[in-house]
Design a protein around this ligand. Structure first.
Ligand SMILES: [Zn+2]
Length: 174
């Protein structure tokens, strides 16, 4: 389990889409909505994140579509990294889920061999996602958060403590 500090200011559904700044993989983007016909798309440019969506859609629909896009980004990156680290650590997870979670960045159920990843990891730099994946996969080898686990982490990701500290200081919510 990798704990995450709770935010003092949980963002509400409606506020989420109105924010001008969005973070994607640790980089800052200016967010805007462009109303246009056709299927909605999310257009990620160098400095801009643009949701192109029909003028007749309400804010809940827009927010839902954007969140779905974020989750798809996270899933695609996570599945690739899980595959890479399953091979290196010689473990296998039965399933990997992406969930909005208030309290943890990731968790592992060693009995069911399932891993849950916080959907908000898509906002953090990719090394954060990688660290959480390695941490949770390592729980399939070592269940406690003690020195046997840290030995696995040291061996796998020599800079893991810096990444963990960065995540612990973060109050970002999804
Ligand atoms: Zn843990």
């Amino acid at each position: 389990m990798m704990n995450k500090r709770k935010s003092d200011d949980p963002r509400k559904y409606r506020e989420y889409i109105k924010q001008e700044t969005h973070w994607v993989w640790g980089k800052r983007y200016q967010f805007s909505v462009v109303e246009q016909k056709g299927s909605p798309v999310v257009d990620l440019q160098t400095k801009k994140l643009i949701l192109r969506i029909g003028a007749d859609t309400d804010i809940a629909t827009r927010s839902h579509f954007l969140k779905q896009w974020y989750r798809n980004q996270l899933r695609a990156a996570a599945y690739e990294l899980v595959g890479k680290w399953e091979t290196r650590l010689q473990v296998k997870a039965a399933s990997v889920f992406v969930r909005a979670m208030d309290d943890v960045w990731g968790s592992c159920n060693p009995q069911k061999r399932t891993i849950r990843l916080n959907a908000a990891l898509v906002h953090k730099s990719p090394d954060c996602l990688e660290y959480i994946i390695v941490h949770e996969l390592a729980h399939l080898i070592e269940q406690g958060n003690d020195h046997s686990l840290t030995a696995v982490l040291h061996n796998a990701l020599p800079n893991w403590e810096a990444v963990r500290d960065h995540l612990n200081q973060s109050t970002l919510t999804y």
